[in-house]
Structure formats: structure tokens, C-alpha cells
Design a protein around this ligand. Structure first.
Ligand code: FAD
Length: 393
């Protein structure tokens, strides 16, 4: 049987391997990852793991023995440096080469680095991996003043954890509201109030001029010249797809590796899945690149099915969550383009949801501590709105 090689042993890469075996694939599977830890889930990194509530074993997607019993050749701590499509061979950073019949690229994203002076000072960090969090946690516990550049969900989750650990937290965001890319103004407003009530200083509409310090960071210089003191600065300004390896091999990329509904790239022996991909969504009428566990898992399953010869077409309903303090935000669908909203439940009780409608149809729901409305929304999005379409919050 064919040899399937998977580059990137994260959420999507591990799922491809697992789904291939579940689907009866008996050929060799090689899962190559540049991190030393076996495949793990990232969402708790900025939540319970940073808080110290769970250890690293709890992050693992499968116990290490799983890969042996499933006959999946997990090759950790190994970076792939190039793909020779003609020879169907990969070069590894350690000088070895590995041949493939089918290749899956599941290389994820990397944290975007700030193009600002001082960003390379000691104590300026980004958060993507277990190793990042282990370093951050040490500095977080040792310091008192924490500055976070970027009020996306990772920045705010870390703000919540640092606040819970008794630290003085300032979040600096260039946009006029937090999580602007993923939620509506109403939900942003809810989160601004939440963090401020807890004592986090939230500076919106504020640019960063530089990160300052002698040997290590001592503060963030914001627009206007004021310096926000900091022992630790987390730069959380988004992620960039790891699509360079694919691009260098001549595969089509455009801020993400371009794949079709079967997860195939522009080479019919090479698939891609997860955060590193971009695909056309019929549902949304545009190309999208998702960064979510839902997309990593569902697209990986599609790739496995394709390799097994099934006829598939990927066009998922996106969903996502974020935990801050004791508040769980769950997002179903993409709300952009809505022309009407319905708020059900009580924002002041921290238990409600916002339904987004377009032309009378439900297109998305943001749920706050209302898991039932989220689960139901995932089934009924697309239907015409009626008052009993979703349960009470
Ligand atoms: P990854 O899980 O990033 O795996 C890619 C792997 O490929 C990495 O290990 C990478 O090091 C490796 N790799 C890259 N290049 C090479 C190479 N050349 N050779 C070998 N290996 C390589 N999503 C949610 O839905 N809900 C959440 O609450 C949530 N919270 C998150 C919190 C944090 C802090 C982070 C970082 C992400 C969060 N996400 C969340 C997003 C989610 O974790 C990602 O969408 C998901 O991990 C994507 O899976 P992936 O397999 O595409 O990429």
C-alpha cells in the first residue's frame, strides 16, 4: 500500500493519522513534527495550563502508546526543510530524506511577531506552544506587571489568567474594541466591561510605538509617548500560516495553502489540513482560512477520507470557543454581514446569547455560558428565524 507522510504533528496531523487507521488504511503512516511533545491540544495553553490547573500530560491528544499500537511512525523533534515533488521525497533538517506516495501538510500557524523596536528584548514573548507557555509561566509568576499587546482571544485569555494570579494587567489594542475580528460590537462591549470589572486595564484604540528596556523589558511605549511599565510583555497580534514549505515547493499559496473541497493542493499527491490551509467556502461565497480546532479536526477527517478514495466536499459550519474567567464564549457560524440581532437571556447574569440574522435567516450565534443554545445553533443555522428556533439561554 501507499506510504502516507504527514508534516506537522499537531491537531490536524494527528487526526489525519488516526482517521486513516479508523478508516482501515493499512499502509505505512509517518507523522513528522518539529515539537518534542507528542501531538497535543493548544486551547488549554492560554487557559488551564497557564493557570497551572492542569499538567502537560492532560494536553496530549492520545497517550504516547497509541501511536505504537496503531502502527503510526511518530517522528517528533524533527523539522522538514523541503519537499521534492518530482522525486516525492522530503528533506529533513537533520539531513535525512523520507519518501512518500501521498503527502499531507499540516504545519499550522506561527505567532505573528511585532514589527516594532524592542520586540526582541528578553521578557517579550509570544504564545503558541507548550514550550512558550512554560517560559511565560515562569516570568508571569516572578513578575507583577504584565502588558499584553493585542486584545484577541489569546491576549484576553492570558489577561484573565494573569488577573486571577493577582497580577496587574494592561491590555493594549490598536482597534476600538476587543476581539473585533471574531465577535460583534455587543459581545466586544460585554468583554470590555468584564475585564475592566476584574481590574484589567484595557486600552483600546491605542497603538504601540516601541517596547523598552535595558537588558530586559521594562515597559511598552504607547502612542503619545507614555510608558506602560511591564515585567513581561505578551505580543498576541494574531498568527501567520506556515505555508512557506509548500510555497517553496511550488504549491499554490495565498496566505495559506490553497486546497479544494477534498483537501487536495495543486499537486494531486499532496493534501493539506488545518490552520495552514485556505479553501473556498460555498457557504460563505469566499475563500477562508480558519484557525480553530473544529476546522483542524473536520478538514483532517476529509483528507483521510479522500486518501481512502471517498468522494468528499468540505464546507463546514465553523464553530469556536474561548474561556475567560468563568465565562465561556461559544461561537457558531460567522456573523459578518448580519442585518439584525436578537439577544436572548440576561447579559447581567452572564448567561445569554446573541443570534445574528441576515434577510430573516439565522447566520450565527454567540453564546455566553449558554451551551445549549450553541449546540442547537450548530444544527439550525441557515433556517428562517422564529422565536422558538433556539432554546432559552
Ligand atoms: P497546529 O496544532 O499548530 O500543529 C502544527 C504542527 O506542525 C506544530 O506542531 C508545528 O510546530 C509543526 N510544524 C510546522 N512546520 C513544520 C515543519 N516544517 N516540520 C515539522 N513540523 C512542523 N481553537 C479553538 O477552536 N478554541 C480555542 O479555545 C483555541 N484556543 C487556542 C489557544 C492558543 C494559545 C492557541 C495557540 C490556539 C488556540 N486555538 C483554539 C486554535 C487551535 O489550537 C488551532 O486551530 C489548531 O491547533 C490547529 O491545528 P493544526 O494541526 O492546523 O496546527
Amino acid at each position: 500500500q501507499d506510504t502516507v507522510v504527514i508534516i506537522g504533528a499537531g491537531q490536524a496531523g494527528a487526526q489525519v493519522a488516526q482517521s486513516l487507521r479508523q478508516g482501515g488504511f493499512e499502509g505505512p503512516i509517518r507523522l513528522i513534527g518539529d515539537e518534542v511533545t507528542p501531538p497535543y491540544q493548544r486551547p488549554p495553553l492560554s487557559k488551564k495550563y497557564l493557570l497551572g490547573e492542569i499538567g502537560s500530560e492532560a494536553l496530549l491528544l492520545r497517550p504516547p502508546a497509541f501511536y505504537t499500537t496503531q502502527n503510526i511512525d511518530l517522528i517528533p523533534g524533527t523539522s522538514v526543510s523541503s519537499i521534492d515533488r518530482g522525486a516525492q521525497r522530503l528533506s529533513l533538517e537533520n539531513g535525512d530524506t523520507i519518501g512518500y506516495d501521498k503527502l499531507v501538510i499540516a504545519t499550522g500557524t506561527r505567532a505573528r511577531h511585532a514589527p516594532i523596536p524592542g520586540a526582541d528584548l528578553a521578557g517579550v514573548v509570544t504564545l503558541r506552544t507548550i514550550a512558550d507557555v512554560d517560559g511565560i509561566r515562569e516570568r508571569l509568576l516572578a513578575g507583577q506587571k504584565i502588558a499584553i499587546v493585542g486584545a484577541g482571544y489569546i491576549g484576553l485569555e492570558v489577561a484573565a489568567v494573569a488577573n486571577q494570579l493577582g497580577k496587574d494587567v494592561t491590555v493594549i489594542e490598536a482597534q476600538d474594541r476587543p476581539m473585533k475580528r471574531v465577535v460583534s460590537p455587543f459581545i466586544s462591549e460585554f468583554y470590555s466591561a468584564l475585564h475592566r470589572e476584574k481590574g484589567v486595564e484595557l486600552r483600546l484604540g491605542t497603538g504601540v510605538e516601541a517596547i523598552v528596556g535595558q537588558d530586559a523589558v521594562s515597559g511598552v511605549k504607547v502612542a503619545g509617548g507614555e510608558i506602560v511599565p511591564a515585567d513581561l510583555v505578551l505580543v498576541a497580534i494574531g498568527a501567520e500560516p506556515n505555508d512557506d514549505l509548500a510555497g517553496a515547493a511550488g504549491l499554490e499559496t495565498d496566505n495559506g495553502i490553497i486546497v479544494d473541497g477534498a483537501g487536495l493542493t495543486s499537486d494531486d499527491k499532496i493534501y493539506a489540513a488545518g490552520d495552514c490551509t485556505r479553501f473556498y467556502s460555498n457557504r460563505y461565497g469566499r475563500s477562508v482560512r480558519m484557525e480553530s480546532v473544529q476546522n483542524a479536526i473536520d478538514q483532517a477527517k476529509i483528507v483521510a477520507q479522500s486518501i481512502l478514495g471517498e468522494d468528499v466536499d468540505y464546507d463546514p459550519l465553523p464553530w469556536f470557543w474561548s474561556d475567560q474567567y468563568d465565562i465561556k464564549l461559544q461561537i457558531a457560524g460567522l456573523s459578518d454581514g448580519y442585518d439584525e440581532t436578537r439577544t436572548i437571556g440576561e447579559p447581567k447574569d452572564n448567561k445569554f446569547y446573541v443570534a445574528y440574522l441576515k434577510d430573516g435567516r439565522l447566520i450565527a450565534v454567540d453564546s455566553i455560558n449558554s451551551p445549549r443554545s450553541h449546540m442547537m445553533a450548530r444544527r439550525v443555522i441557515g433556517e428562517s428565524w422564529r422565536d422558538d428556533l433556539l432554546p432559552a439561554a
